[in-house]
Design a protein around this ligand. Structure first.
Ligand SMILES: [Fe+2]
Length: 317
């Protein structure tokens, strides 16, 4: 049952992260589901909250903005960005930050998140989440930038662990240690993507359990679930299939470590199923939290022709 935009389960959760609530179970707002959500009463939506990709709405004042207004009137919304480039050595993009703040003033998100990565250089956005060099110097650099962003936005920044496909010989610490120290130094929150942990752990050969156990649980305010693709020699973070068994096991561990529960979000960005099927997949999270591991398979091969991007409707503009 939904009360005031937050489910009973979510509302009764005792644990709060950095003063932020457990929003319950949500899905990413994707344009293929706009018709369904607009034609359906909010009481029938079946989700506790929605996560938007901020970039899809920064310059959108048309129908997408209209849809978002309706969503935000009935459910908590979280702004999830892909262009902050917090790890870049270039200056912070003040125009982007201004647009981010203006959108936040309009829709009043529960929080604002992005990724531990860099996305480009010299003002060019590669539209990819590029891996960080993990050194004492980069930690200090990113820490300064996180503080600047937090000061500008007037709230904690929530940073997600990205999936990665290479690491640097010059790195001096693990990604988990980097995130833990960054959170400690800046007070930022963490968005723990257990799928990304699984992808990176498989690609680089580290222990995903040790990674999750290294993170400061008190800073974790949200969890991402998704299904990656098997490319033979490595996994790719495609968000185009059901959550595999290995990721559900990490999800259960993450929930256990964050006693009381943390907001859960299912990401699905290619071969997006009908909304009802999305809800079926999301429903497995509740089972996983209660100790009943969901029935799930192994990671499947990458789908031919699938375009995996959460900003797909912006690409055609
Ligand atoms: Fe994610």
């Amino acid at each position: 049952m939904i009360t005031g935009g937050v489910s009973d389960e979510a509302a009764s959760a005792s644990a709060f992260r950095l003063g932020l609530p457990n929003l319950g179970d949500g899905v990413g707002l994707r344009h293929v589901h706009f018709p369904h959500l607009m034609a359906t009463a909010p009481s029938e939506w079946g989700v506790d909250w929605f996560e938007i990709i901020s970039e899809n709405f920064l310059d959108h004042h048309g129908y997408a903005a209209h849809v978002l207004e309706r969503i935000a009137a009935h459910r908590p919304v979280v702004m999830h960005g892909v262009s902050l480039s917090i790890g870049s050595i270039g200056p912070l993009d003040r125009v982007y930050l201004r647009k981010l703040r203006e959108l936040a003033e309009r829709i009043r998100p529960a929080w604002i998140s992005d990724h531990l990565c860099w996305t480009g250089i010299n003002g060019r956005n590669t539209h990819d989440l590029l891996p960080m060099l993990l050194t004492e110097q980069s930690l200090a650099h990113v820490g300064d930038r996180v503080r600047a962003v937090q000061d500008y936005l007037g709230r904690e920044l929530i940073l997600e662990n990205p999936s990665s496909y290479l690491t640097f010989h010059a790195s001096q610490m693990s990604e988990a240690e980097f995130l833990a120290r960054l959170a400690d130094a800046t007070g930022c929150g963490l968005l723990l993507d257990v799928n990304n942990v699984y992808v990176s752990a498989t690609n680089h050969g580290f222990d995903p359990v040790a990674y999750i156990e290294r993170l400061p649980a008190e800073h974790i305010v949200q969890i991402h679930l998704a299904g990656p693709s098997d490319c033979g020699t490595h996994l790719i973070d495609t968000h185009d299939q059901p959550v595999p068994s290995a990721v559900w096991r990490l999800y259960a561990l993450a929930q256990e470590r964050t006693a009381g529960g943390v907001a859960t979000l299912l990401e699905w960005d290619a071969n997006i199923p009908p909304f009802a099927a999305l809800l079926d997949e999301l429903g497995k999270a509740k089972a996983a939290r209660s100790g009943a591991m969901p029935e799930a398979g192994e990671v499947r091969p990458v789908a031919v022709g699938a375009l995996s991007t959460p900003i797909d409707f912006q690409l055609s503009r």
